[in-house]
Write a protein that binds this ligand. Structure first.
Ligand SMILES: [Zn+2]
Length: 56
């Protein structure tokens, strides 16, 4: 099973039920992963491929 880590903070998501993952809204080539806490605090993420940053 794939182990996911937060795109923004590299925090393991293994026990984070409120986490979310989705393709980069801009390039779609990278999976963006966020923890529940990062969503709640609007922690910014950056796509490793195209450099897109966003809160959602
Ligand atoms: Zn991207």
């Amino acid at each position: 099973m794939e182990k996911k880590v937060s795109t923004a903070t590299q925090t393991s998501l293994s026990n984070d039920k409120g986490s979310a993952s989705f393709p980069c809204p801009k390039c779609g080539a990278v999976e963006i992963v966020r923890t529940r806490g990062e969503r709640a605090n609007a922690v910014k993420y950056t796509c490793s491929k195209c450099g897109f940053t966003g809160p959602n």
